[in-house]
Design a protein around this ligand. Sequence first.
Ligand code: 2AM
Ligand code: CA
Ligand code: CA
Ligand code: CA
Length: 264
Amino acid sequence: MDRWEEINTYAVRWIREAGERILASQKPLQIETKSDRNDLVTNIDKETEQFLIGKIRTTFPDHHILGEEGFGEDIRDTEGILWIVDPIDGTVNFVHQKVNFMISIGVYENGEGKLGYIYDVVRKELYFAEKGKGAYFNGERIPLLAQNRLEDTILALNPYCMVENRGIDPARLAALVRDVRGTRSYGSAALELAYVAMGRLDAYITMRLSPWDFAAGKVIVEEVGGVVTDVFGRPLDMLGNSSVFAGKPGLHEEILKRYLKGQE
Ligand code: 2AM
Ligand code: CA
Ligand code: CA
Ligand code: CA
């Protein structure tokens, strides 16, 4: 068993166990707000992160861990093996809808994505990729993404992009929305990236994410030939906030050129 296989065996076990714990949690949720009144965190987000980080620390004491809820380390560089953990992606869905929330974990080595896990807790579905070895949905190989015409595109985007954003002219986004076949918004960046990998969505645009939102999704989308950058086509920063634009090859380039570029 190579090193990544060993890490993978543990990671899958822990993620499924964390999912079971979330589903079994009976206590009334304790809901707090973070940066603003719509930025929620619950006791279950925190308990899940503590559970996962506890497992990683005990088993791999020399690995580094970045977690959304702050139980990891204060990470300043991407050296060594770094686990990037979002215990619940889509907390607003978790609180309001009880569906469409994911556990998202990326494992990076010296800044390069090696393993990506997105676990749909309610559906018990695992999206997984290992760099260079393909992407899998519940153990079945996900096919490479095909080309897609702009007018046939299903685009995921947070409507909030159209109201307030950093740098993209809402009129340009409105033109894009008009030109595609349809738009969707699921409220979980990890789910949206997993759906891009599956070809259920052709592209996804969002204005402000953190590394734990996209660390896993980037590995999975890239492994099926998709492209993941910021909205101006620049590489994502694994230590800072960033906009995210993921899409099928070809389509990604076309949307960048026609609607997004030149505004940075
Ligand atoms: P979260 O649920 O883990 O916070 C939709 O809101 C998507 O954007 C979710 O994936 C959510 O992740 C992410 N997100 C990132 N920053 C956010 C913020 N400040 N407020 C709400 N959602 C945020
Ligand atoms: Ca959050
Ligand atoms: Ca998140
Ligand atoms: Ca989260």
